[in-house]
Write a protein that binds this ligand. Sequence first.
Ligand code: SF4
Length: 438
Amino acid sequence: MPRTFFIETFGCQMNKGDSGLMAASLEREGFSPAAREEDADVVIFNTCSVRAHAEDRALARIREAKAHARRGRVVAVAGCMAQRLGERMVADGRADIVLGPYRSPEAGRIITGFLMDGGSALHLSQRRGDLATRVDAECVTRDVHPWHRWVTITHGCENFCAYCIVPYVRGPLVSFPSGQIIQSIGRAVQGGVTEITLLGQNVNQYGQDSGDMPFHELLSRAARVKGIVRVNFLTSHPKDFTPEIARTIAAHENISRAIHLPLQSGSDRVLAVMNRKYTLGHYMRVVESIRAALPDHALSTDLIAGFPGESEDDFMATLAAMREVRFDEAFMYAYSPREGTGAFSLPETLSREEKLARLQRIIDLQREISRGRLAARVGLTERVLVEATSRKSPDEVMGRSFLNHPVVLPGGPGDTGRMVSVVIRGVRGSTLYGERSA
Ligand code: SF4
């Protein structure tokens, strides 16, 4: 009887990419995917440690899976929380086997060994040599959309932003070789892929560790792979976002005009304590370089409310920066301390309620700005890659524009995966709607 697996993924796009690597590796070892957790012989939770809440959610799911596990089922924990808490989780029986992010491409071999002879349950090493299998592995991983692939270009991060656990659980920056990345994209295109997303904790640092080409050159080479209709990239860091990157986007019609550029705070004092290594002035110069090269673009960001020591003036500086940049979208959080990070020992100066009140103020402001940004698209013609039939109507489809705005238009299942030209007629909630242009 074939062995089956089920992967539940928490957290960021990097984790989704890693889940793809694990799935491919398990299939190479003869496993097949199960549609539901209860049908699987091996259940893998690919976890996130960025926020306490993310860990708590994963721990609750793992507890539940363990409690209902039938005889012989293996509960594996992978990802950042495995790296952080894996030893304890195996010791107290919460997990049968744990795999750190370095080991995702080897998941099939590791789990097969564990099933056959009860091999080691701890696979958490972060020695650089252990990454070799990862760098040699296919860096392109599947997505739910058959025409889209995640393309991991770097692993790890060594920026040590004070609030972030990633450098501790994912290790230092390692860039995958550019030749291998471009070849993998070419192979994916032959298999029908038309859209890719280049992935890294800070893609702008690509090549800095290895002396390979800079990010803008890799981006340009990826965009020139014949058959690719859209290239997206995640995530950028303001300290490393060069004017060449904006100019490269402008030079290639098939590179997304949606740039995610996390600001975190509008206060230079808070940015320094966060160890972000830029000032608001620098951030605004990056925004200016993007505006100069790309008259039509969208900016999204991450913002933290209530970082330790954030005064009312610091917070007002964040609100002012939001008004000045006018982000299309923002991912906003109230600060929560993470054990093991630089900021963990900083005394908190705001209560939970005060942090949540500040969070609500930035959410309200962002909603108003986002509405305005969407309304400004009415009357324009957008290129939209159709992703699915609308959940609300079988006669409508939903896709994303090159500014990453969701767009609804008339259509049917035959349109999925196709690029269509759409005249935007209006805004429904946080979605644009329109009709095909002639
Ligand atoms: S750049 Fe900063 S926030 Fe991003 S992963 Fe690295 S340490 Fe974390």
